[in-house]
Design a protein around this ligand. Structure first.
Ligand code: ADP
Ligand code: ADP
Length: 223
């Protein structure tokens, strides 16, 4: 079953001689509770695609259908509610809040949404990421790799239906990369979350249920 579909999704940046057709009539289906990897050369449109389907970027034409609704037509207010309730985002930058503890950083999205923290779930995330003895520290007391793991835990805290990840392991060493991938697989397998991830790492792409290859704004392969 699909959780998200695009129909003739196009995205153009700029005008006139600066015009860039970043996405050209993309028809994509993301299967529910599966791991979809997006690969392709630099500048091919991967980040733009992820931003458009996650409602972070406006689209130029076409549709983005989530659970039967075209989210590209929603108001910014409704879209932002949808994002905070159903989506989790993992990017390379961490944007942690320096004046609150690691634990408070992790549960911050849950607090904002006034939902109760699922302690069992949060604790397994903290465990898998090896952050147990760090939760009472402040972000600046952690290494870069540890801070990235805190950002990942925060992205997952709301138990999002869909996790969108843009090269989340791009600047991590191979041991931390393995831990992060173990966690994301755990989310898909145990908590039935859907994972959509851009990666340049062949080993990671091979872990996916489906691999979508983008080149020059088109899907050139889907397997
Ligand atoms: P990838 O993630 O595969 O590296 P991007 O989606 O970042 O590719 O970029 C696709 C194309 O769109 C590139 O030509 C890039 O320069 C262009 N692009 C991306 N973001 C913007 C932007 N905000 N303004 C103008 N052009 C952009
Ligand atoms: P990556 O290749 O790692 O996916 P990029 O370097 O393509 O990332 O893009 C990083 C950010 O810069 C993105 O948010 C994208 O929208 C923006 N960006 C990319 N290309 C351009 C561009 N030509 N003009 C303006 N912004 C851009």
């Amino acid at each position: 079953m699909n959780i998200l579909d695009t129909m003739n999704l196009s995205k153009t940046y700029g005008e006139g001689e600066n015009k860039v057709e970043a996405l050209k009539n993309i028809n994509l289906s993301i299967e529910k509770e599966k791991f979809t990897a997006i690969i392709g050369p630099s500048g091919s449109g991967k980040s733009t695609l992820l931003h458009c389907i996650a409602g972070l970027d406006s689209i130029t034409s076409g549709e983005v259908i989530l659970d039967g609704d075209d989210i590209s037509k929603l108001s910014e207010d409704k879209l932002s509610k949808l994002r905070s309730r159903k989506f989790g985002f993992i990017f390379q930058s961490f944007n942690l809040i320096p004046v609150i503890s690691v634990y408070d950083n992790i549960v911050l999205p849950v607090d904002i949404d006034n939902k109760k923290v699922d302690k069992k779930y949060i604790n397994s995330i903290i465990d898998i990421l090896g952050l147990k003895d760090k939760i009472n520290k402040f972000p600046n007391q952690l290494s870069g790799g540890q801070q990235q793991r805190v950002a990942i835990a925060r992205a997952l805290a709301n138990k999002p239906e869909i996790i969108f990840a843009d090269e989340p392991t791009g600047n991590l060493d191979s041991k931390t990369t393995d831990e992060v991938m173990r966690l994301l697989k755990f989310c898909v397998d145990e908590y039935k979350q859907t994972l959509v991830m851009i990666t340049h790492n062949d080993k990671i792409a091979k872990m996916a249920d489906r691999i979508i290859t983008i080149a020059d704004g088109n899907i050139v392969e889907s397997k």
